[in-house]
Design a protein around this ligand. Sequence first.
Ligand code: FES
Ligand SMILES: [Fe+2]
Length: 325
Amino acid sequence: MNAISPIPMRYRTHDTIYPRGWYCIAESEDVAADKMLPVSWLGQQLIIYRTKDGAAQAADAYCPHLGAHLASHDGKLCDGRITCPFHKWEFDSATGKVEHIPYTDVPVPASVRLTLHPTRETDGMVLIWHDPAGGKPSFEPFDSSGLRGDDKWVRYAVKSWETRCPFRDMLENIFDTAHITQLHNAAALPDITNYEPRDYGLRLQYVTDPDAGEETPISSFEMNLSALSLLTQIYHGVHFTALFVISFTPIDEERMVETARLYLKDNGNAEAMEQIGKAFVERFVFEVEQDLKVLDYKKHLTQPRLCAGDGPIMKFRSYAAQYYD
Ligand code: FES
Ligand SMILES: [Fe+2]
């Protein structure tokens, strides 16, 4: 049993904001037509729905009239209109504009409207833009469709974890190469052969030795980071191709959720794919859960005492800093 009692995040990090970026707030398949999905992320209450043309859209959950939660009681979305449960104001779901107030003909100013958030739908996720300074989207999230090509893929597994890790330290973990061998007892990560800043964030490429005696030999893999909130990993194995789409979203200042989705390229051999999928999931789940035993309690040190062999942690930190300014 672990006897450490969690202390508030403010004692473990100086970060007081959520960094700029695109955050996953729902799986695409959970957002249906004519239905508002209430969610709570980034310390906010939001509703997600589809507009008349099918586009996913996120909005503040609170009605600008008197603050009712739009998805409470009998609040509804029908035919592109959201009706508030309290005084039945109606809003256009695509623009947020007030369309109808049942008890007056005097129009309200155009500034009275639902607060819509810039929303994207990428890789089976619904994403919203967040900028602590209130700015418009300054880049688009990475989209793996280029990597997937025209091939058929199978969504093999999805898994989520809630953690109390300081937000930026979740991704930093990937650059902390010493913990791979020391905490996970795994083979050392291969060297990064390409470290490329991109509009959306960062592209990293690795070349591995497929003859290293691994059970599922991998010849190369690539990671793409969208700011600090999305991570895509594609593995080219000798007999398979696997893709992880991972999101990191704060619930509030204390907690965040990591969700990992594993896709496998359909090679027509269901038995082999099951074997590969199982091996990937087992390894991934094992490593995440081992990480969280430490990360849930760690502190973000602004001046860690690093030594030779610690991996490009400070390189990651200078990348991360651009999203906090
Ligand atoms: S609070 Fe929504 S219509 Fe009044
Ligand atoms: Fe790890």
